[in-house]
Design a protein around this ligand. Sequence first.
Ligand code: AMP
Ligand code: ZN
Length: 452
Amino acid sequence: MKLYNTLTRKVEEFTPINDKRVKIYTCGPTVYSFAHIGNFTCYVYWDLLVRTLQLEGWPVDRVLNITDVGHLTSDADDGEDKMEKGAKREGKTVWEVAEMYMGDFLENFHALNMVEPTDICRATDFIKEDTQLVDALYEKGYLYDTTDGLYFDTSKFPKYADFARLDLEHLKAGARIEFSDEKRNPSDFAVWKWIRDGEDHAMQWEYRGRMGYPGWHLECSTIIHEKLGEPIDIHCGGIDHIPVHHTNEIAQTECAYGKKMANFWLHNNFITIEGQKISKSLGNVYMFSDLEEKGYSHMDYKMWVLQGHFQSERNFSFEDIAAAKQRLLNYRNFAALRWQKEATDMSEVRKAMMVQLENNLNSAGALAELDKSMSTNVPDEEFVKFLDDAFGLKIAESTPDISDELKTKIEKRFKAKKEKDFATADVLRDEISDEGIALLDGADGSIWQYAE
Ligand code: AMP
Ligand code: ZN
């Protein structure tokens, strides 16, 4: 299996470090507001990754974190805490805000029929472990204290710029000077923030005799250390995470534990909506509830995502999701043939689809192979299960066989039509249609299909 690895900027052959299980970490959401449909594209791609690995015969240990503390509105360690901001906006406590949006995130995550992660970890459950990581960095001399917090001195990690190919000189020239001039280098970042006099911050913990809270990047290093152990096989996140968040995760982990963090790094690109950036001011921050209102399900959305590639910028339009909905219906009706005709041997199709998926998760290519095969093939239950294993589109469960009664009615209608008793045929067709079933007439019978 080949994957594009941000670490080397190359498509590389993937093999697990431990040939029995694949360790994956995917950076999760900050739960301070509702996630929009753009935020969820990555989880569909990472679900495809997990499913493809499983089809390759490799069990996966996958950890997803939920950021419920310490993520500032800016990457530069200034700005408000996103959680505090959400709480103020809604007149709730930060804990209530976290609970509500985490609930909403997980509801959508499950509705998207994702393979359940081995662990879903909340950042606030790892504060003690966070402080142990800070201790380790402190003892090794990577940190310095400022009025704002404990900062990581990036000049002490010579590889700091490598991952994101950062131009540190350029960064220095363009640097804003924040909180006086205590920061030694523009790229230095807080691993632990102090609560300053008069500062209103609901989430705080005692550490080194003072109250404070973890820097945003810390939780991922901590949770990976606790739950998976370095190095992991694959670390996933958005491309926006490359220059700061992931660069800082690598610095913390490699300096604290002296081990490589991850062998492969996968980064998903962004989506635009009707050609524009997703933003509140443009009024295009669509949630799943907006899609539902227009008649599109979580599975229609997932189908739309799978038509693209995690590395490509995508543009979402309602025209395109309408086409994706139709395509998914076509697959379901292909699956419905398993109740009506004798199955053909689809092992070559399955192989061709796997070749595409193994090629850097080319789901679009795999779906094209499926499309090519459909006019001449009939799937069996096993092939339909393979489709669900690969894509998680709930094809099997959404295409049950119809009742014997309905089947008899379909036969009666066909017979009536053949005998030119069109009045009877039309009445029966309407009754069948009321059950959500459409008919395709052939020479010696009708094929039934789901109408939606
Ligand atoms: P935000 O809460 O807006 O910071 O978004 C959280 C994460 O979701 C970001 O770090 C991105 O990786 C991802 N994300 C945000 N907007 C988009 C988008 N339009 N398309 C794909 N991913 C996005
Ligand atoms: Zn992370």
